[in-house]
Design a protein around this ligand. Structure first.
Ligand code: FES
Ligand code: FES
Length: 164
């Protein structure tokens, strides 16, 4: 399989790599870059464990060729904590006990982060819709929804909407 030069932004920094044309973004992140925060589960678009943000929108990295992110911004779970400070959505999962075994959590967090960038005050239905591609075997989902609501509230508190 031929190789390609890949230039993208990875977690806020320019990234240059050489990738086989057929390598999945999930495998590139985990196996070549050793960024194992992004989890692997079904490898077939069914579980959401592998969710990352591409240009700010959640995508399943198990269904995405690494070479297809050329020129784009890729964000993984490793990008969210800044200087020892958790992102609001990470804090939400911690405070609301949105994780149990934690294996699904990075995928949920990235899917929720994508939603929170689009919606300051998502409804429960909007949260369920945004997280509909993700599966958790432990939590029963209620705590996960509460975690997203907590994060949305924290973001609104920290960044009040400008008056019209
Ligand atoms: S590993 Fe990608 S959706 Fe399951
Ligand atoms: S917390 Fe265990 S699978 Fe979700």
């Amino acid at each position: 399989m031929s190789k390609r030069i890949l230039t993208c932004t990875l977690n806020g920094r320019r990234h240059d790599g050489v990738v086989p044309g057929n390598i999945l973004l999930l495998d590139y992140l985990r196996e070549k870059l050793l960024m194992t925060g992004t989890k692997t589960g079904c490898d077939g678009g069914e579980c959401g464990l592998c969710t990352v943000l591409i240009d700010g929108a959640p995508i399943l990295s198990c269904l995405t060729l690494a070479c297809s992110v050329e020129g784009k911004s890729v964000e993984t779970i490793e990008s969210l904590e800044q200087g020892g400070r958790l992102a609001a959505i990470q804090e939400g999962f911690h405070v609301k006990l949105g994780s149990q075994c934690g294996y699904c959590t990075p995928g949920y967090i990235m899917a929720a982060e994508g939603l929170l960038r689009r919606k300051r005050e998502p409804s429960v239905d909007e949260i369920k819709d945004a997280l509909g591609s993700n599966i958790c075997r432990c939590t029963g989902y209620v705590k996960i929804i509460e975690a997203v609501q907590y994060a949305a509230g924290k973001i609104r508190d920290e960044r009040p909407a400008r008056a019209a």
